[in-house]
Design a protein around this ligand. Structure first.
Ligand code: SAM
Length: 211
């Protein structure tokens, strides 16, 4: 989805500092194969937020081939080390992530799981400083209680695709994915346990702090 005004997405991506050649290769792969990575401006926002809270333990639900993981791993590494959970149910993507993240120097930080992400979070001991969610959109509302249970007090949830290419703006548009995103938005913005808002970066990034 192109941001409004036209050209804003490109402008914001252009403000992100130069990236490691391996990250640029991952961006080129996404463009060539139309793989939905979060992209430079959202990746950088994830890195900034993780740095701001000094995140040392991060859990990602729906990690792809490791592009978003790299931004969290950079923050954790700079905060003094810790662990970042990379969870995706595609073996091929997990294998690709291992290669990319090793080249980027993050190998020792990453915990790889090839499995359903919400079940993996349920089985993993918390607490986490930051949890990032980018799974199939219909799974968003059901993931929320599992996420809340595993975030430390003051921990941060980040969720991608909260504008869903603008579909959420059309009240007459209903499909399971769009309605699931609307439901997650309602849940986090009406529950006083969360301090939540959507940053209109690229496809919309929910940032919510758990009290
Ligand atoms: C949008 S892509 C992730 C992109 C990644 N966050 C990035 O920016 O680099 C989502 C990936 O998670 C996988 N996925 C979706 N739902 C999942 C689930 N419930 N459990 C595990 N993997 C899931 C998809 O197959 C896909 O490979």
């Amino acid at each position: 989805m192109e941001c409004m005004p036209e050209g804003l997405c490109g402008y914001l991506d252009g403000l992100v500092p130069p990236r490691h050649p391996e990250l640029m290769r991952m961006e080129a792969y996404a463009a060539e194969h139309r793989f939905p990575i979060i992209g430079p401006s959202c990746g950088w926002a994830c890195y900034q937020i993780a740095r701001l809270i000094g995140a040392r333990r991060v859990f990602e639900l729906g990690s792809g081939y490791g592009y978003s993981t790299a931004f969290f791993a950079k923050a954790v590494q700079e905060s003094g080390g810790g662990e970042v959970f990379h969870v995706v149910w595609d073996q091929k993507l997990s294998d690709m992530a291992r290669q990319h993240l090793a080249v980027l120097g993050f190998d020792g930080l990453i915990r790889y799981h090839v499995a359903e992400a919400v079940q993996t979070l349920r089985r993993t001991a918390g607490p986490f400083d930051l949890i990032f969610c980018d799974i199939d959109k219909q799974g968003y509302p059901a993931a929320l209680p599992e996420i809340a249970a595993k975030l430390r007090p003051g921990g941060v949830l980040i969720v991608d695709n909260m504008l869903w290419h603008g579909k959420i703006l059309d009240d007459n548009h209903h499909d399971p994915e769009t309605d699931a995103i609307r439901e997650l938005t309602r849940l986090v913005t009406t529950d006083p346990a969360w301090i939540a808002g959507i940053l209109p970066l690229r496809d919309g990034l929910l940032v919510a702090q758990h009290r």
